[in-house]
Design a protein around this ligand. Structure first.
Ligand code: NAP
Length: 290
């Protein structure tokens, strides 16, 4: 019997900073599975269509999808999982019963990471979340909180994006409050969880923060940044200095990757394997930058 070869990968553009090959190749190695996770830097529909054909012909077993294709990919699918449908973004593709299926593991990654970091009681409190930004990651975080009975407010800089967010969620019976991304509106919120779902503060723009410098953080909020590069953004560094509980996006990244790996292979990445690969890489990166 020939052993199954796993050809996995990531579609997006640009991709040079992706940590996904590191995580998935570590899991393949740890399980002794032959195969590799590749980067497919694809800019246009022709490239996406070609890779979808490769899935259909079972030459590729699974793909992740990232910027700028998380929403455009929807038109290439035979089926969309409910979570990807509500979130309106796909980050994982695979073939199921002959159909190309689009799934989203970001919401699961976010929720499981919150549970891991702050415990079940924190989630069961059904508190208030304030999300900065209204892109795919913000939608995944909003979905995860709403599913657990939280109230969710989303701060947007473009009202058209906010209206679309609200109407997409409301067509699935989910209610979000949309506010303008301005000091006047941010100050009126007192969330239990403040989440940065914008790219503001990400490498190389590490001196930036999405939270206004002259606005105090909400007094009872845990501060969560979806960014993992750098590990301590300006947004988190200030919160830490003010004695707040903080969390960066590395836990979410690892858990969403484990969930995608499971969809593709039917197997669990052995506990800690992706995490170790991630932290070894970050540690070496920091040493090389000293
Ligand atoms: P996206 O779809 O491009 O959305 C980004 C959102 O932030 C948009 O609403 C954008 O508004 C807004 N934004 C950008 N710059 C802003 C600014 N200066 N002020 C206010 N709003 C601003 O990106 P995404 O996929 O949601 O990703 C967002 C962040 O989450 C990225 O840093 C990404 O790396 C991170 N992420 C982490 C994980 C993880 O596993 N840890 C997973 C997914 C994403 P406009 O549309 O007007 O630009």
């Amino acid at each position: 019997m020939t052993e199954q070869l796993f050809t996995l990968g990531l579609i997006g553009y640009p991709l040079s900073h992706s940590r996904s090959p590191l995580l998935h190749n570590a899991a393949l190695r740890a399980l002794g599975l032959p195969g590799k996770y590749h980067l497919f830097p694809v800019r246009n529909a022709a490239g996406i269509s070609y890779l979808c054909q490769q899935i259909r012909q079972e030459r590729i077993q699974g793909l992740n999808v990232t910027i700028p294709h998380k929403r455009t990919i929807l038109s290439f699918l035979d089926e969309t999982k409910p979570v990807a449908e509500v979130v309106g973004a796909v980050n994982t593709l695979y073939l199921q019963d002959g159909k190309i299926v689009g799934d989203n593991t970001d919401a699961e990654g976010f929720l499981q990471d919150i549970l891991k970091a702050f415990g079940r009681d924190f989630i069961h409190r059904q508190g208030r979340g304030l999300i900065l930004g209204a892109g795919g990651a913000a939608r995944a975080a909003a979905y995860a909180l709403l599913q657990n009975g939280w109230n969710v407010t989303v701060a947007v800089r473009r009202s058209s994006q906010g209206n679309q967010f609200r109407s997409d969620f409301s067509s699935h019976g989910l209610v979000v409050d949309i506010i303008d991304f301005s000091k006047d509106h941010l100050v009126r919120n007192n969330p239990d969880l403040l989440i940065n779902a914008t790219p503001v503060g990400m490498t190389p723009n590490i001196a930036d923060s999405p939270w206004p410098a002259d606005l105090p953080y909400p007094n009872k909020a845990i501060i969560y940044d979806l960014i993992y590069n750098p590990p301590k953004t300006k947004f988190l560094a200030r919160a830490k200095m003010e004695g707040k509980q903080t969390r960066n996006g590395s836990g979410m990244l690892i858990i969403q990757a484990e969930a995608s790996f499971n969809r593709w292979t039917g197997l669990q990445s052995p506990p800690g394997v992706m995490q170790k690969a991630f932290y070894r890489f970050e540690h070496n990166l920091q040493r090389s930058e000293v």
